[in-house]
Design a protein around this ligand. Structure first.
Ligand code: BYC
Length: 478
């Protein structure tokens, strides 16, 4: 395997695709379908070209090349991180054995399922974000949106490569299906809940790239541990690209909060609706929504699926090699959140219960994610503090607005108090964006496509991209 990408090929790659003519032909016949999907379901704003980074190799030193590229000509390619010939399985019942270059027959369907679920999220996010270009707050933001979009497209390629190369006819059929399911479609929706929600405005986009892309970081982190080496290597490289997506979310919310603080101070009021900024309570509601739907992406608090994945060596834990235990977990336990029932009254309350560590692995991962999310809240609250504003943002309780797992059957406030279904019906607008909130946010979404200019509801970024200034010509529109 070479680490430098071969760009002379129709499909740029570092997996020596030319050595396997059958696979190359199969992927080359999927390529026009992908491009057709990109044209029909991808970004709708017409552009001449965009200042994009393209992966040129996977090594530590400089893997990205920046330049203005017409988007349909972006070179989506197949890049796996370098192979470690001595790598061994790090966990589960095969711990210590050499990692697998092929798919073991007994794990075929589980691995395929994990890869399909991962692959399904990538084009879904492009579909969700397709109309945002028309209302971009600046050319800098527009460029970042398109960078995220082309890279999600590349991540789809990454999963399609695995399906084609290792899963035969079924894999090829699944690769086709990845282009046929669509976000929000009634007949054939995307697999996971959050990927069927709308991303209709830029506040949602920043929240999505902060909270939902961060689920991607953690899921990819666990798949990077996989004993199936090609999956591990592809996830390792995807994680490098993912870092930029989360930067877009983190600094995007920074800038929204910053601008709100400025307007609050300028006018000495918290009521900034009508003054062109987004009120803090609305930011909090968007945060509540995106955080809670992203918590759902980790599956149930307890899951036999995840126990089986771990034992088989398919999906590890976040930073598996830093854990100080036997990496098999057969006799360990973990406390997970649950609904406990009072034996006497039969009343259910939010509590914790001890379960086997293996079935609690979704909880383990979700906790890592939650503590990472706290980091964002801390930095946004610092902006509020430095701006002399008393209000603070907060992550809602784990039971709030859940559709998957132990709390899917109850309703709870962001503080974690239980509510009846009627109370929830009555009060959910206090905590989740209402039509009025969404209409207001959308009313602010007037495009600013002029070089060096920015919309009034968001502060400019501190830095440009790749050392370029904010007023650089990041995108040439038609
Ligand atoms: N929506 O046993 P359980 C990203 C299903 S994001 C709908 O607890 P498990 C990205 C579940 O499939 C990362 N259904 O689930 C971000 C199961 O169905 P079956 C994507 C759901 O398997 C931004 C049943 O409920 N990658 O990369 O332990 C932009 C029982 O659940 C949901 C992955 O997720 C849901 N939210 O865990 C672009 C990694 N949750 O078996 C990209 C691969 C659960 O009864 N996936 N269900 O039919 C997995 O590791 C696991 O499948 C899950 C679920 C973590 C998703």
């Amino acid at each position: 395997m070479t680490t430098t990408a071969d760009y002379t090929e129709k499909i740029p790659n570092n997996v020596s695709l030319h050595e396997d003519r059958r696979l190359q032909r199969a992927l080359e016949s999927w390529q026009p379908n992908f491009l057709n999907w990109w044209q029909t379901m991808g970004p709708t704003l017409p552009t001449q070209d965009v200042y994009l980074r393209t992966a040129v190799n996977v090594g530590r030193e400089g893997w990205a090349q920046f330049g203005h590229v017409p988007m349909p000509e972006y070179r989506w390619g197949i890049f796996l991180a370098e192979r470690d010939p001595g790598r061994r399985v790090g966990f589960g019942e095969h711990k210590g054995e050499p990692v697998w270059d092929k798919v073991p027959g007994e794990y075929r369907s589980e691995l395929q399922r994990l890869i399909v679920i991962q692959g399904d999220t990538e084009p879904a996010s492009v579909e969700q974000q397709r109309n945002l270009g028309a209302t971009a707050p600046s050319l800098y933001d527009l460029r970042n949106l398109f960078q995220v979009n082309v890279e999600e497209g590349r991540h789809l390629w990454a999963m399609v490569y695995l399906l084609h190369a290792y899963f035969g006819r079924e894999g090829r059929e699944e690769a086709e299906e990845l282009l046929h399911r669509n976000s929000g479609s009634i007949d054939s929706p995307r697999i996971l809940g959050a990927f069927n929600e709308e991303t209709p405005d830029w506040l949602s986009f920043y929240m999505f790239t902060y909270f939902t892309d961060r689920d991607g970081k953690y899921q990819l982190g666990t798949l990077k541990e996989s004993a199936f080496d090609p999956l591990s290597r592809t996830c390792e490289f995807m994680l490098k690209e993912e870092a930029h997506h989360m930067m877009v979310g983190t600094t995007g919310i920074d800038r929204v909060v910053q601008r709100t603080v400025e307007v609050m101070r300028e006018h000495d009021t918290g009521d900034v609706a009508g003054l062109g900024a987004i009120p803090l309570p609305v930011i909090q509601k968007y945060l509540n929504f995106h955080y809670s739907v992203s918590l759902d992406l980790f599956g149930g608090e307890t899951s036999t699926n995840v126990a089986n994945y771990y034992t088989a060596g398919l999906k590890g834990r976040w930073l598996e090699d830093r854990r100080r235990d036997d990496h098999k977990l057969t006799s360990d336990s973990i406390m997970v959140d649950t609904l406990s029932e009072d034996a006497r009254t039969g009343e259910q309350s939010i509590g914790q219960t001890e379960v086997s560590a293996l079935v609690g692995l979704n909880t383990d991962l979700r906790r890592e994610y939650i503590s990472d999310c706290q980091g964002g809240v801390k930095r946004w609250n610092r902006i509020l503090e430095e701006g002399g504003v008393k209000q603070r943002l907060k992550l809602p309780h784990i039971a709030f607005n859940r559709k998957v797992g132990a709390f899917a059957v109850i309703e709870a406030t962001p503080g974690g108090e239980r509510l009846s279904a009627e109370e929830w019906q009555h009060r959910s607008g206090e905590w989740l964006p209402t039509d009025v909130d969404k209409t207001y946010v959308r009313s602010l979404m007037q495009p600013v496509h002029e070089r060096g200019k920015i919309a009034a509801w968001i502060a400019p970024p501190k830095n440009g991209i790749n050392g370029q200034p904010f007023d650089y010509d990041y995108v040439h529109l038609i």
